[in-house]
Design a protein around this ligand. Sequence first.
Ligand SMILES: NC(=O)c1ccc[n+]([C@@H]2O[C@H](COP(=O)([O-])OP(=O)(O)OC[C@H]3O[C@@H](n4cnc5c(N)ncnc54)[C@H](OP(=O)(O)O)[C@@H]3O)[C@@H](O)[C@H]2O)c1
Length: 260
Amino acid sequence: MEVNFFLLLLSLLGLVSFLKRSFSLLHWLYASFLRHPKDLKRVYGPWAVVTGATDGIGLAMSVQLARRGMHLVLVGRNSGRLKKATEHILARCGDAKVRTVVWDLAEDAAGGGGAERLREAIEGVDVGVLLNCAGVTYAGAAYFHEAEERVWREVVKVNVDGTSHVTRVVLPKMVNRRRGAVVNVGSASTVALPSFPLHAIYAATKAGCGSAVLGGGRGGAAPQSRGADALSRCGRATSVLVGPTGHGLFDVETVVSAYG
Ligand SMILES: NC(=O)c1ccc[n+]([C@@H]2O[C@H](COP(=O)([O-])OP(=O)(O)OC[C@H]3O[C@@H](n4cnc5c(N)ncnc54)[C@H](OP(=O)(O)O)[C@@H]3O)[C@@H](O)[C@H]2O)c1
């Protein structure tokens, strides 16, 4: 029988591509639904620093961390909301220790004493996890030229400057201890969609944070990548991809606890 090598080669390429995609899907299913959650406290250390912890995903994840026996340092710009978040967490996990740090990541990411306050709050404690969850976007969809200067600048300040400054405070201790996990909360706007024209700056900031934490590796979507730069020396750098929540569609706390 005559063999058409061209067709054979194409079939082989198709098979390899199919297997690669199937493996990615199976790995995602396993990681999302079957794999046992890691003992974060033992693997990385007993304290977690969480930004954006006063609301939404950050608050829900703080509760989950506390349920796993972690103690928390909550970073936020408003002491009243930090107090409320602390009460919310302690009502669910009375054993957790919670410290709070007031730091407005839009107004004074670099100055204003926020970094110093965080440094003091984590003095002498073993911070194993940094969860960068603070994030803002425009109030509504808008083309870039329509977005107010003040608004898009705040998006860049909080999502990029703020995240970077907080990470710079926490990371050195992780590097010294050679363990730790940095998690930047990303967005589906960076990868699930080919472009996100009506939130362009927001999508850009989320892609940037993904790349930064992954050390130039794949941003946004990478579920559990090892950073390629200094981060890899302390353990794991992860950028998590988050789809839309809120708007009454999902209860954030339920979704976060379901994913563990
Ligand atoms: N919700 C979604 O559908 C969705 C989708 C994709 C990605 N994400 C990402 O997931 C993360 C959490 O989203 P979310 O919807 O749960 O957020 P959220 O409910 O709107 O809460 C935002 C958090 O960020 C804090 N924050 C805002 N500006 C700040 C500033 N200048 N300084 C310090 N903290 C500040 C807020 O603190 P205050 O209490 O002081 O306001 C609040 O704790 C964000 O990074 C977001 O980009 C969300």
